[in-house]
Design a protein around this ligand. Structure first.
Ligand code: B16
Ligand code: MG
Length: 221
């Protein structure tokens, strides 16, 4: 295998925080009398907090000033933090820890690439604060996915050339970010949604070293 590093998205790949983002955004949308559905929520996955708010305001055709927008984003985050503060290791998605430990044993570096500024709190709550060799998150990266910055930063921290990295992503914007970084990308979720990913699996429980080799060979051929 030429592969040297695996970089994981957090929300929707390692933990299921999408449901908490949805609940908090839904509450804000409710207060603003904007109808916001689970289908609309798909468009928020992987994009930054302010970009998510702009999508919701767009649905309601609202144009508040910058200060008001900051107030809304802070309110949503307060509710979201309240939910994630109560997370436990039980909320780690199946197969994640096993696969990551298998990679480490095989000498493959593991990194995290998340848009979330709440990454440190989530990792601490689920007991994963020491698992990754490098963590690139919304606190150190400023360009939102599909910009490749988050994954390029993780690769740099791992000291691995982007060509030898494979990203695991559940969001359309995140898959595009991985491809824009010149990396291989495995989509986590549905083939119908993650059409640009090199390969799609339903979750990390489906992954192991053998499968990884097979995927790399398929991408290269
Ligand atoms: P926060 P990921 C992303 O995380 C989420 O998918 C996205 O829905 C959220 O808006 C974004 O983080 C910012 O999160 O408000 O906590 O800073 O999928 O890149 O791990
Ligand atoms: Mg995600």
């Amino acid at each position: 295998m030429n592969l040297k590093a695996c970089i994981f998205d957090l929300d929707g790949v390692i933990v299921d925080t999408a449901k908490y983002h949805f609940l908090a955004w839904k509450r804000l949308a409710g207060q603003l009398k904007i109808e916001f559905t689970e289908k609309d929520n798909e468009r928020l996955k992987g994009v930054s907090r302010m970009a998510s708010l702009n999508i919701i305001l767009g649905i309601g055709n609202r144009h508040p000033d910058v200060r008001t927008k900051e107030k809304y984003a802070a309110l949503k985050n307060e509710w979201y933090v309240d939910y994630i503060s109560r997370m436990t290791p039980d909320e780690i998605l199946p197969g994640s820890v096993k696969f990551i430990n298998e990679l480490k044993k095989a000498g493959i570096k593991v990194g995290l690439g998340s848009a979330s500024r709440n990454t440190p709190l989530i990792l601490e709550r689920v007991g994963m604060e020491d698992l990754f060799d490098a963590v690139a998150d919304g606190n150190i990266v400023h360009k939102a996915k599909p910009d490749p910055e988050v994954f390029l930063t993780a690769a740099k921290m791992l000291n691995v050339d982007p060509r030898y990295c494979i990203v695991f992503e559940d969001a359309v914007a995140g898959v595009e970010a991985a491809l824009n970084a010149g990396m291989m990308c495995v989509g986590i979720g549905s083939e119908k949604i993650l059409t640009k990913a090199h390969f799609v699996v339903s979750g990390l429980a489906k992954m192991n070293i053998e499968k990884l080799k097979e995927i790399e060979e398929r991408i290269k051929s």
